[in-house]
Write a protein that binds this ligand. Structure first.
Ligand SMILES: NC(=O)C1=CN([C@@H]2O[C@H](COP(=O)(O)OP(=O)(O)OC[C@H]3O[C@@H](n4cnc5c(N)ncnc54)[C@H](OP(=O)(O)O)[C@@H]3O)[C@@H](O)[C@H]2O)C=CC1
Ligand SMILES: O=C(O)C1=N[C@H](C(=O)O)C[C@H](O)C1
Length: 242
């Protein structure tokens, strides 16, 4: 485990420790040596750290022939291409970059992708705990990219929006052609709404992670399955029969 003392890392150490078929052989955090993972014979690394360090961690795993299950946010197309390049000379090795391990979030992203072509307008609202370092969330950015791609494939034009005067940020961040709005509120964990609109109707897809245990079945599934999924996979849906 990398990021073992963090909110997610501590939960993963608990979940893996409680699984009869899995074992935590090394648990490192900031300031510890990554080489402890290789020395302990880790076969799979789980990374929940931060966007500014995760690429070094993935590089370490690839260099040491350790499968990597990555939940850390901050992956764009450039980063994914870089990881894919590292994996080219390592045909048996797997890296999974999953923006969200909660089953409802995975389904919600798929539903959003399906709905996108049928609506003129689509916007994403993500809501998180105030200690989150990045905005927009990795899940929201991934969802927005999926919607953008589906809109483009369906030949949809720009979304209707007559805004001519705007306070900076009032219309959110543009990811692809989708506006993403980020709320940070005490009391929240991780939540997202995708709102679609067309003539006379709207569709809202909402997912709520009410506890970090919501991510654990997905993390355990990934740890157990990654050896059978060589190469780079993006999104837990690559491991599910959706
Ligand atoms: N894919 C998913 O389903 C989910 C993804 N996430 C993502 O996971 C990441 C972590 O979230 P969260 O657990 O809340 O964050 P935390 O800040 O609670 O945990 C991150 C941990 O990583 C440690 N860390 C920082 N740098 C290093 C390093 N170089 N080597 C080892 N450990 C390091 C931090 O130490 P220190 O505090 O000392 O810096 C901290 O203990 C975020 O990117 C978040 O968006 C979160 C939830 C679900
Ligand atoms: O930081 C978090 O908490 C979360 N991060 C991930 C993200 O950025 O999408 C997943 C989930 O939203 C929780």
């Amino acid at each position: 485990m990398i990021g073992a003392r963090g909110r997610m890392g501590a939960e993963v150490v608990r979940a893996v420790g409680a699984a009869p078929d899995l074992e935590v052989v090394a648990a490192v955090d900031a300031g510890d040596r990554l080489s402890d993972l290789a020395d302990a014979g880790a076969r799979v690394v789980v990374d929940f750290t931060s966007p500014d360090v995760v690429m070094d961690n993935v590089r370490f795993c690839v260099d040491n022939d350790i499968h990597a299950v990555v939940g850390t946010s901050g992956f764009d197309a450039g980063r994914l291409a870089e990881v894919a390049g590292w994996l080219e000379p390592k045909p048996g090795l797997g890296v999974l970059v999953a923006p969200n391990f909660a089953i409802g979030a995975v389904l919600s992203m798929r539903f959003a992708e399906l709905a996108a072509r049928y609506y003129e307008s689509a916007e994403v609202i993500e809501l998180h705990h105030p200690r989150k370092l990045d905005a927009p969330s990795g899940t929201a950015a991934h969802t927005a990219r999926l919607i953008s791609r589906a809109r483009e494939a369906a030949g949809l034009g720009p979304m209707p929006d007559a805004t001519a005067q705007e306070e900076p940020g009032a219309r959110g961040a543009l990811v692809g052609d989708v506006r993403v709005h980020s709320l940070r509120l005490s009391g929240l964990i991780a939540h997202q709404e995708v709102v679609f609109g067309t003539e006379g109707e709207t569709l809202t897809l909402r997912h709520d992670s009410l506890d970090r245990t919501s991510f654990m079945p997905g993390v355990l599934l990934a740890v157990r399955s990654i050896a059978g999924h060589p190469g780079l996979s993006v999104g837990l849906d690559a491991y599910l029969d959706l």
